[in-house]
Design a protein around this ligand. Structure first.
Ligand SMILES: [Zn+2]
Length: 171
């Protein structure tokens, strides 16, 4: 781009010199010759300005994408402050809203992998309820977590599902 600016300025300087010199030319042939030179310089100038315009548009576009990226980083920094990592089961870590820790109200869990790696709030969804444990999955990275139910009683479950007591006695 700097090179194109320099070439454009050189062309303008050459055109100016020719125009100044036209007054002193004695013959029509000499004037015609200089006019042809002038046309060539103007064509070059046009070409340099077109290239400059293209490169300038590219620079503006890059500037916009840097600004967008910066805004995303700033927005994420603010958003990230609202969450904290929590161990919701033995060695099972997720991000939860800070309000959840204070109020203990049921909340959604965010995938730690997506939260830290992709700056993405991906909410765990229930995949399978097996009674004694529930399996949740992250819709974004497909990571799965297993949450055991500490209150689950196999004996109670078997009773309510109509199995024979003799089977329960074995356990
Ligand atoms: Zn994920």
């Amino acid at each position: 781009m700097i090179n194109e600016i320099s070439l454009a300025l050189t062309s303008i300087k050459s055109a100016t010199d020719i125009i100044k010199g036209l007054v002193n030319l004695k013959t029509e042939a000499a004037v015609t010759e200089k006019v042809i030179d002038l046309q060539s310089i103007i064509l070059d100038l046009h070409s340099h300005i077109n290239l400059l315009n293209t490169e300038f548009s590219k620079v503006l576009s890059e500037k916009k994408s840097f600004e967008d990226e910066l805004n995303n980083i700033n927005d994420w920094s603010v958003e990230k402050q609202k969450y904290i990592m929590a161990e919701i089961d033995a060695k099972v870590f997720v991000f939860v809203h800070k309000d959840y820790l204070e109020s203990k109200v049921e909340t959604y869990w965010l995938c730690a992998h997506c939260f830290e790696g992709k700056r993405l709030k991906s909410i765990y969804q229930l995949k399978k309820d097996e009674g004694y444990q529930k399996i949740y999955y992250c819709p974004s990275c497909k990571n799965e977590i297993i949450i055991k139910d500490p209150n689950y009683s196999l004996a109670d479950h078997i009773k309510t599902s109509g199995r024979r007591f003799s089977w329960v006695d074995k356990y």
